[in-house]
Write a protein that binds this ligand. Sequence first.
Ligand SMILES: [Zn+2]
Length: 118
Amino acid sequence: MYGKVAIDQFGLFICEFPVRGANGELETCKHRAKDLVRHLRSHGISSKDYKKMLGLNRKESLLSEETLKSLRKANIKYKNYENLEKGKPFRFRKGSSHAQKYDRSEQTKKRLRGLRKK
Ligand SMILES: [Zn+2]
């Protein structure tokens, strides 16, 4: 579904990449996985492009809590947080009128519309 992450009743991600079915019709892949990022490589698409295609937030996770937990562990082990100190303190560019100039994803637009109604 556009603007929403597809998850089944067991909490598995459902791949919504368009593929050709046996009859030649376009359908969604429907592959189920704990983590979608690796599977997306089989379609030759990055998770960034997949999210863009489906109107998802850039920061929306396509990884399970379990995988995130082990990645966090590895980040501490290999001191990846030290990279943050090398980064720039602000994403705001000099001379621009406001900080967040990017187009909102469909997911965010839906959420913001919901907030307005309350
Ligand atoms: Zn797929």
